[in-house]
Ligand binder design. Structure first.
Ligand code: ASP
Length: 439
């Protein structure tokens, strides 16, 4: 059995967290490949080392006084090293880094040092081999992740190493410069490593005990999702909470490797298991509810629309030309609504309207803003009668007016549009009917 274990920034924010991480790793012999983030926040007003590095680099690159910022970064690492009683010195590493900052090695290079240095410290503490991600994770000339080259070289390299630390978040470009994934990208590295070593499980250790059925900012103490499929997770992407980087599911998904979200501060909690498919019934009919405010519906009406060939394409072309992607497209016989993100739409509003008039000569166009979308997601819905009925009667009882309904063809989700002002009320009503009332 091989497990790849990734630890997020808060799991490695100080020496105490490092000890917890070492205990977790040492308590299971199969935890052989470790992917660390940079040290994160120790308390809520604290700054992540990654952000300190961006700031320090931009000062150095502009010729400003970066030294105090660099000192603070060094302090973060030496505090960990000293408190763990390690004899490791990072002075040579810091000198190279400083020279590269002055030589404008790039923001990505700067940010990557957070994981790089943390990887060296963690490898030293655990007695594991350190493998620099720059030697095994590759991007192509366009800056896209090069999955094939990476998998070939990374799997070869790790085949000979029993236990290793591979820092997250970065890799190298064909010209040997450093490039990072987007923020939170150590999750992606973990997934890539899991694929390369054909792991049985990818454990992603963070500071929460998994995905929650609903947003804790709206619902008090929501339940943890014990098992979720990759598809359900995608449907819940309105969740907002960044427990896992969206791109992290792709490398492992194809290999059938499950991801287990675990809590470094409560390792006994089973967390959330993310799987390709499962025979396990969800505890409640629904797996999760997620939503987001700030959408706009553009509704187009034209008599005999249904008979006009290419009508939908001509409408969508207008949005495409204006660089606006659409979220949903509910339609009637002579009407069609395009739901888009308000923030994307506002600036292009008049161009879009003119484009629609030009392309399809509609009878009318109506725009409605401040719409919230709520996705009710669950593999259990397929086999349960009355899910939609329960959702809408709960919303009616809560005096929430439903503006739009869209059921995905997979019967995995029902999307509901309500006024932004009703968002919290709607979320509570749905949570209550499916979760609280069955407890
Ligand atoms: N340290 C990086 C960030 O703060 C990457 C990561 O933690 O996954 O975004």
């Amino acid at each position: 059995m091989i497990k790849v274990v990734k630890f997020g920034g808060s799991s490695l924010a100080n020496a105490e967290q490092f000890r917890k991480v070492a205990d977790i790793i040492q308590s299971d012999d199969s935890r052989r490949y470790i992917v660390p983030s940079a040290p994160g926040k120790r308390f809520s007003e604290d700054t992540k080392v990654t952000d300190m590095l961006y700031e320090c680099y931009s000062a150095a690159a502009k010729g400003k006084d970066y030294k105090p910022l660099l000192e603070n970064i060094k302090k973060r690492y030496y505090e960990i090293i000293n408190e763990l009683g390690l004899t490791l010195s990072l002075e040579a590493e810091f000198s190279i880094m400083e020279a590269c900052f002055i030589g404008k090695a790039g923001r990505d290079y700067a940010a990557s040092r957070g994981e790089y240095l943390n990887g060296i410290v963690l490898a030293n503490f655990l007695g594991y081999e350190f493998v620099d991600a720059a030697e095994v994770i590759f991007f192509d000339d366009n800056g896209a992740f090069d999955a094939d080259r990476t998998n070939q070289i990374l799997s070869q390299r790790l085949a000979d190493i029993e236990r290793a630390v591979v820092p997250g978040f970065y890799g190298s470009m064909p010209n040997d410069t450093i490039k990072t994934f987007s923020r939170g990208g150590s999750d992606v590295t973990g997934s890539i490593v899991a694929k390369a070593v054909k792991a049985d499980l990818y454990e992603n250790w963070t500071d929460v005990s998994g995905f929650l059925v609903a947003d804790p900012r709206v619902i008090d103490n929501p339940k943890v999702i014990t098992t979720i499929t990759y598809k359900e997770l995608r449907e819940l992407s309105y969740m907002g909470a960044t427990v896992l980087h969206e791109d992290a599911i792709f490398p492992v998904r194809k290999e059938g490797i499950p991801i287990n979200i675990k809590n470094t501060n409560a390792p006994e909690d089973s967390g959330t298991m993310i799987v390709e498919s499962t025979s396990k019934k969800p505890e409640y009919t629904i797996t999760g509810i997620a939503g987001k405010k700030g959408f706009t519906a553009v509704s187009i009406e034209k008599d005999m629309m249904n008979l006009e060939l290419g009508f939908g394409r001509k409408i969508l072309e207008v949005f495409e030309k204006n660089g606006i992607s659409f979220e949903h497209m509910p339609s009637g016989i002579d009407t069609m609504s395009i739901i888009v993100q308000q923030s994307e739409f506002e600036a292009k509003e008049q161009e879009v309207l003119a484009g629609i008039h030009r392309n399809v000569s509609p009878d009318s166009i109506e725009i409605e803003s401040d719409i919230a979308l709520i996705a009710v997601v669950g593999r259990g819905m397929k086999s349960t009668r009355g899910t939609a009925g329960r959702i809408f009667s709960a919303l009616a009882h809560a005096h929430v007016n439903v503006k739009m309904i869209d059921q995905g063809s997979s019967e995995l989700n029902i999307i509901i549009g309500v006024n932004d002002a009703d968002f919290e009320k709607a979320l509570k009503a749905i949570y209550d009917i499916f979760v609280s009332s069955v407890l």
